[in-house]
Design a protein around this ligand. Structure first.
Ligand code: SF4
Ligand code: SF4
Length: 289
């Protein structure tokens, strides 16, 4: 039997809805799930139907940040969520805006935030539904991570979550894990031009992957690629503070990056980087030029 799913949008750019459309096995997905409403895919009900009457569904997907005075089809987004949240089995926040507030947390709308969080801070807007929440952050959401999460819910599989309700299956390691540039990271060789195949982008170009949870280098986008593989730094889009300013710059204090890889104390970093710098691996340096 198809699982009924409702996809509603708060303050959003449609990016997650579009990203979802790139899922390579979408037809198969639609054999197993039915959208009672989706902003782009043909669905059973109109937006006006679903905001004015409760239409039966099992999973509520929320895209975009939620502001007290923001409306869809003349109804407050908060009221729409409260119409469905008590009845569904799970609430999935799709993308970073719905999870942490994202770029819209600075919008002129009132109290714009994620569903449970404003950046790292837990808020009480929908706290009573906390037990149902699964967060799939990302800007945009990784379609395969979203779909696999939905299948895990449908198949009633165990779904351990981290402190921000993100499934550990996809968020318990960093984007640095699986990057093809790890050897350059180890020996502190940065790359010098965007788009180059060689070099690590942590030391000068702002790559946030060592402190960003996600599976972009383990589950490739469109099954072929990731940002860091094409020579673009990870911007940390799955994390509460996204977006930071100066995305392509590594902020440093006395030559030491301000943000260090998760779990690496500053003292250990200094020791390791001192040792790594002592090596001049000509094979790695030469590949850059
Ligand atoms: S480019 Fe980024 S993800 Fe790749 S090795 Fe360097 S820090 Fe890690
Ligand atoms: S590589 Fe980084 S910025 Fe790009 S989608 Fe993955 S987590 Fe987001």
């Amino acid at each position: 039997m198809k699982t009924k799913v409702l996809w509603i949008q708060g303050l959003a750019c449609n990016g997650n809805a579009h990203s979802f459309l790139t899922y390579s096995k979408l037809e198969q997905f639609l054999d197993d799930f039915e959208f009672i409403y989706h902003p782009i895919i043909d669905s059973k009900f109109t937006l006006s139907d679903i905001v004015n009457n409760f239409c039966e569904c099992e999973i509520l997907l929320i895209e975009g940040s939620i502001a007290d005075d923001y409306k869809r089809s003349h109804k407050s987004i908060v009221e729409i969520i409260k119409l469905y949240a008590p009845h569904v089995k799970k609430i999935v926040t799709v993308g970073t805006c719905a999870t942490f507030g994202g770029i819209f947390k600075d919008s002129p709308y009132e109290n714009s935030s994620g569903f449970l969080y404003l950046e790292k801070e837990k808020i009480d807007k929908f706290l009573e539904y906390e037990d149902k929440v699964i967060s799939v952050s990302g800007c945009p959401v990784h379609p395969e991570v979203l779909v696999n999460t939905l299948y895990m819910i449908k198949d009633k599989l165990e779904l351990p979550i981290d402190t921000f309700h993100r499934p550990k299956e996809f968020f318990s390691f960093t984007v640095h894990n699986g990057c093809t540039r790890n050897e350059y990271f180890e020996y502190k060789v940065d790359n010098h031009n965007f788009g180059e195949k060689e070099g690590c982008m942590f030391y000068d170009h702002g790559c946030q992957a060592p402190f960003t949870n996600g599976s972009c280098n383990k589950i490739l986008w469109n099954e072929v690629n990731s940002k860091t593989r094409v020579g673009q730094p990870c911007m940390g889009c799955t994390e509460p503070e996204f977006p930071r300013i100066n995305l392509y710059e590594t902020k440093k204090n006395m030559g030491i990056p301000q943000y260090l890889p998760f779990g690496v104390p500053k003292r250990a970093y200094l020791t390791l980087s001192g040792v790594a710098k002592a090596f001049k691996i000509s094979r790695l340096e030469e590949e850059l030029f």
